[in-house]
Design a protein around this ligand. Structure first.
Ligand code: HSE
Length: 304
């Protein structure tokens, strides 16, 4: 029996929805899991991270898979895992969430699903620390999350972007900006006016995505809590945002903690990505372009 797992990339924050909103994208990491009895965990990787990611017990997919065996109190007699990675690492596109979910879902399916989807999501959020990538990767579409009495509640919101995918351009500069660093530089306290700025806009962003109103999205997808501190640390990022808007994107934001930027537009237009890429190049950074759409579907597990 082979288990096939697919998990999408995600973009978190969506401008003002810092740590609260996330959206699944139509770019997928896939993995095959086979149970063996050779007492070995073998992991092979093709694509993003090939030759860079660990393939031993330190790989997050392996760690997550073994966590499921532990929690289910089942011995692991061996697993063979092969991954096809399309989500770039450390990019602001949720690659660590895809790895976490891949390991949890693959092992859970090998064991005959001792845990339901809600339990797997809860475990992934506890491991990851933030729900805004993990929850949309699991559920698909636009997802809002809150912490209620110490427990995360994540809800998939009705959004036009879910029903008819919106066009999205991701521009990823070749710049190391780990999430840990991108969080450490944020102020511990915020002004009331900045809090109001974000609360009001986060509501408008969900409404703009619900109705497909790109004009409203352009007005609302700005932020006072994280982008003003992060963008200046990524060479060319501010100029690339402006270049994207100038080239016709309705809205541009930092994707998650960065360093990639996400631009929304009514149609796929290569000029948007190229203009943003040139802005990064002018600041000395090469940049990759991904022309994508949003995904209503979240993680999928198949027995093949
Ligand atoms: N909301 C997070 C951040 C993204 O901006 O730091 C990673 O989950």
């Amino acid at each position: 029996m082979k288990i096939h797992v697919k998990v999408p990339a995600t973009t978190a924050n969506l401008g003002p929805g810092f740590d609260a909103l996330g959206l699944a994208l139509d770019l997928w990491n896939e993995a095959d899991f086979v149970a063996t009895d050779d007492r070995q965990i073998t992991l092979t990787i093709a694509g993003e991270g090939e030759g860079k990611l660990p393939t031993d017990a330190n790989n997050p997919i392996v760690e997550a898979a073994l966590q499921v065996y532990d929690l289910a109190k089942k011995p692991c007699s061996g697993i063979r895992i092969h991954c096809i990675n399309r989500v770039p690492l450390s990019s602001g596109l949720g690659s660590s969430s895809t790895a976490m979910l891949t390991g949890l879902l693959g092992a859970n399916a090998l064991l005959g699903n001792p845990f339901n989807d809600e339990e797997i999501l809860k475990l992934a959020i506890e491991n990851e620390g933030h729900p805004d990538n993990v929850a949309p990767a699991m559920l698909g579409g636009l997802v809002a999350s809150i912490v209620y009495e110490g427990r995360v509640i994540s809800i998939k919101l009705p959004a036009r972007a879910n029903r008819s995918p919106m066009h999205v351009t991701i521009v990823l500069p070749d710049f190391d900006f780990p999430t840990r660093q991108a969080r450490a530089i944020l102020p511990k306290q915020v002004d009331r006016k900045d809090a109001i700025y974000n609360i009001s806009r986060a509501v408008m962003v969900t409404e703009a995505l619900r109705t497909g109103d790109l004009d409203l999205l352009g007005k609302a997808m700005t932020d006072a809590l994280h982008q003003p501190y992060r963008l200046p640390l990524i060479p060319g990022a501010q100029a690339a945002m402006e270049a994207g808007r100038h080239a016709g994107a309705a809205a541009v934001a930092l994707s998650g903690a960065g360093p990639s930027l996400i631009a929304f537009s009514s149609k796929q237009d290569p000029n948007i990505g190229h203009s943003m890429q040139r802005a990064f190049e002018a600041a000395g950074l090469s940049a990759r372009i991904f022309e994508l759409s949003t995904s209503y579907e979240g993680a999928e597990v198949m027995i093949v």
